[in-house]
Design a protein around this ligand. Structure first.
Ligand code: ADP
Ligand code: ASP
Ligand code: MG
Length: 437
């Protein structure tokens, strides 16, 4: 997202303009409800009650809804069944539609509760994006239309998450999990007091609570840690939403829509400085969506990495980890990882590079039976020994590490997928994440 064009800078949260100068009478709150929180009419009613309570507290509310859980997957499958090489514009037209249903149903439910509400599809706002179908980036959210309605007495704008409109006037979507990003972008564009992400867990945990029953809920987590956890697979927030919240200083909370109405503690995603004490490792993330590709016997010469990774980048393959193996008689094996659904694209690009004589290799072996497990923590900046502790914990369980990458605040390893749960639990134990410092 580009700051200036974004239009999100129109009313950043720090700019404490009085609400009536913005055209609205009340402070604004953004509340996002994920798929499980709107999975049935009964759950929509429960979510609407929470919204009604915030209206009673004096807020004008922007509600962002996901599609009912399972709905987007179903739509993606329908598209896949039409053929292998479908038009990305029509993919977006289809998969965005789940959110239209829940937005209308939420508005109707609120109206039934005598809360003045109206639904908005992305194009009606309009939420303007670029043209990168299925992974579009938000460019601008002009607040005028919705603010004018708030000015006329509407109390809740229910916006279909995940969708926008391209400069060509086509419907776009923001990538899976994109409603989180819709929510944060609205909070930034409208200078909302807070952005509350209601989901099926009561906050951000030290690891996915579905994998480890020892996972502990964090009261606070730093933006940078959340960003790493999200990008390494913790799907509780879409990565882009965390980036936006960090950049536009959005006060971001993750909480459950299933608890008692007053049970709203959740997790606050905040600046590092706002956290008093934290463990060296904040959390463990995993991703099943990894494949390990090995080019067998490529020439070990200057320029070989560029000759391999240039064509992969051009083909849109998101290479994550890279290892070059020991060279023997001027030849070496090059291993890299990429998302599983990009394996075919990577193979095609490498074959084309071989055919054109840019590179030469004996074979390309794809291993899709792997997963990536990562530990993340700002404390790693000042603590040595996290990597060795991680490797020791995995080795104690007999888990072989295939590829390793590190950055300032994270260490990731690629391992056999059958060890995923075991690895996550072993690392959670080893770094003592069950209890706070
Ligand atoms: P929604 O439909 O509300 O957007 P998601 O399924 O996208 O919900 O995200 C919530 C899920 O994220 C949880 O059910 C949980 O299994 C998973 N998750 C993964 N890692 C974490 C973590 N560290 N903390 C909390 N939840 C996590
Ligand atoms: N419904 C979309 C998805 O399942 C967007 C979202 O829920 O955030 O990916
Ligand atoms: Mg989600």
């Amino acid at each position: 997202m580009h700051g200036a064009r974004l239009g999100l800078a129109a009313a950043p949260r720090r700019d404490k303009k009085p609400a009536d100068e913005r055209g609205a009478k009340m402070p604004i709150l953004v509340m996002k409800f994920g798929g499980t929180s709107v999975a049935t009419l009964d759950r929509i009613r429960r979510a609407a009650k929470r919204v009604g309570r915030e209206v009673a507290n004096g807020y004008d509310v922007i509600v962002i809804v996901s599609a009912m859980s399972g709905e987007t997957n179903k739509l993606v499958e329908f598209v896949g069944e039409t053929g292998q090489f479908y038009d990305a514009r029509e993919y977006d037209a289809v998969v965005s539609s789940g959110e239209n249903v829940t937005a209308g149903l939420m508005a109707l439910t609120l109206q039934e509760m005598d809360v003045p509400a109206r639904s908005w599809q992305g194009w009606q706002v309009p939420l303007k994006t670029n043209s990168a179908h299925s992974a579009a980036r938000i460019e601008e959210i002009p607040p005028e239309n919705i603010l004018a309605k708030f000015g006329e007495g509407m109390k809740v704008a229910v916006v279909a998450g995940f969708q926008g409109i391209s400069p060509e006037g086509r419907i776009t979507t923001l990538g899976r999990g994109g409603s989180d990003t819709t929510a944060v972008a609205f909070a930034a564009a409208f200078g909302a007091e807070r952005c509350d992400i209601y989901t099926d867990v009561d906050g951000v945990y030290t690891t996915d609570p579905r994998i480890s029953d020892k996972a502990r809920k964090l009261d606070r987590i730093a933006f940078e840690e959340m960003l790493e956890l999200a990008s390494l697979g913790a799907k509780v927030l879409q990565t882009r939403s965390v980036e936006l919240a960090m950049r536009y200083k959005v006060k971001l909370r993750v909480l459950s829509s299933f608890g008692e109405l007053d049970d709203a503690a959740g997790t606050l995603v905040c600046d590092e400085d706002d956290i008093m004490e934290s463990n060296v490792v904040a959390g463990v993330a995993y991703s099943r969506d990894e494949a390990k590709m090995t080019l067998i016997s490529v020439a070990d010469r200057p320029g070989i990495a560029a000759a391999i990774f240039g064509p992969l980048a051009e083909a849109g393959v998101n290479v994550d980890m890279i290892v070059q193996n020991i060279s023997e008689e001027g030849r070496t094996d090059m291993t890299f990882s990429c998302p599983t659904d990009q394996v075919a694209r990577a193979e095609k690009a490498m074959q084309a590079a071989k055919d054109s004589g840019e590179i030469n290799f004996h074979d390309l072996v794809a291993d899709t039976d792997v997963c990536k497990v990562s530990v993340v923590g700002i404390g790693m900046r000042s603590h040595a020994g996290v990597a060795s502790q991680m490797f020791a914990a995995l080795s104690a369980e007999g888990i072989n590490i295939k590829v390793i990458t590190t950055s300032e605040i994270k260490i990731s390893v690629l391992i056999d997928r059958k060890y995923l749960e075991l690895a996550v639990q072993a690392l959670h134990d080893s770094f003592g994440l069950e209890s706070a410092v």
